[in-house]
Design a binder for this molecule. Structure first.
Ligand SMILES: C[S@@+](CC[C@H](N)C(=O)[O-])C[C@H]1O[C@@H](n2cnc3c(N)ncnc32)[C@H](O)[C@@H]1O
Length: 215
């Protein structure tokens, strides 16, 4: 009987409770995924965007962070059907896991698509797109690495743009306007498709990790 590829052995373990407390951190992704540029999607939902990227770029490796177990199970089922080996979805909170799992300057790309906007003031603390989150993101990106943020929610886009403008290690790739309305992606996420069907416009914020990395 063929042994399972390492990524398939890891998936169930990296989804159990506070699994990261049992690991040596930052994680050695080479234990599970073949060498290649590392890309991360935060809040991948059902995982269709992550899977589409991975199928288009088999030489790269993709890690997804999601806290919604149902979405995680859906992605794993799709991965099994497609025989995917370059995607590793992990379960948990992105704020914690982005910080802990990845070595500094190790990511080629980080995607945050349609994060929950939490529009009510009393829920504002739950928003992901804060200056502190972007500072963690900037630290994890390699020099020249890119951060993509997509949201349909105008006030959230404004908040994100203001926070990003305070992070001196990230530079917008669309200076002169806080976001672009043209999708930088080869595929649409599930929520993008939903918002497009409702006639809502999207805001894409694309930032690059400045060179050189300050130590
Ligand atoms: C509105 S959905 C968007 C899903 C997908 N990115 C898309 O565009 O179709 C937001 C997703 O982010 C996840 N999420 C929100 N906050 C998170 C966090 N702190 N850590 C991990 N996942 C998070 C939610 O569980 C949900 O699946």
């Amino acid at each position: 009987m063929n042994a399972l590829p390492p990524v398939w052995e890891a998936i169930p373990r990296l989804a159990l409770g506070d699994w990261w407390k049992e690991e040596d951190l930052p994680l050695d992704w080479g234990r599970y995924l073949a060498p290649g540029p590392l890309e991360v999607e935060v809040g991948y939902g059902g995982g269709d965007f992550l899977l589409a990227l991975a199928e288009r770029d088999p030489a790269a490796r993709f890690v997804g962070i999601e806290r919604f177990g149902e979405g995680h199970r859906r992605l794993v089922a799709w991965m099994r059907r497609a025989g995917v080996r370059n995607v590793l979805p992990v379960l948990g909170d992105a704020y914690i896991l982005l910080n802990l799992l990845f070595a500094d300057a190790s990511l080629r790309t980080l995607y945050v698509n349609c994060p929950d906007p939490w529009p009510k003031a009393r829920h504002a603390r739950r928003r992901l797109l804060t200056e502190e989150f972007f500072r963690i993101a900037a630290r994890k990106l390699s020099p020249g690495g890119r951060l993509f943020v997509a949201t349909d929610d105008r006030p959230y886009a404004e908040q994100a743009a203001a926070a990003l403008s305070r992070v001196e290690t990230l530079a917008s790739t669309h200076p002169g306007s806080p976001w672009t309305g043209a999708s930088p992606y080869p595929v649409r996420t599930r929520y993008e498709r939903r918002w497009a069907a409702e006639g809502r416009s999207m805001h894409y914020l694309v930032h690059e990790r400045r060179l050189p990395c300050p130590t």
